[in-house]
Design a binder for this molecule. Structure first.
Ligand code: SF4
Length: 68
């Protein structure tokens, strides 16, 4: 029996009770050791990109659908 990606994700977050959205890539602390400092390969660097309100609402809706 094949299991859909939706079912796999739903199974993995079935007991998750918190949703944390990283709505900005623009942390103002800028620690030297930060994984987002731009010194690490294959990692994004700090930027002024923000998550849109529409995207945050979509994620929230999906989370409630999967975790509920
Ligand atoms: S480690 Fe990176 S993301 Fe965390 S507080 Fe420092 S600069 Fe910000």
């Amino acid at each position: 029996m094949r299991v859909s990606t939706f079912q796999i994700i739903k199974g993995r977050i079935a007991n998750v009770r918190k949703l944390l959205l990283e709505v900005s890539e623009d942390c103002n602390l800028r620690c030297r050791y930060c994984v987002y400092s731009g010194k690490f390969l294959d990692r994004r660097a700090h930027s002024n990109r923000l998550m849109s309100w529409d995207m945050a609402k979509k994620i929230h809706r999906l989370f409630l659908q999967l975790a509920g």
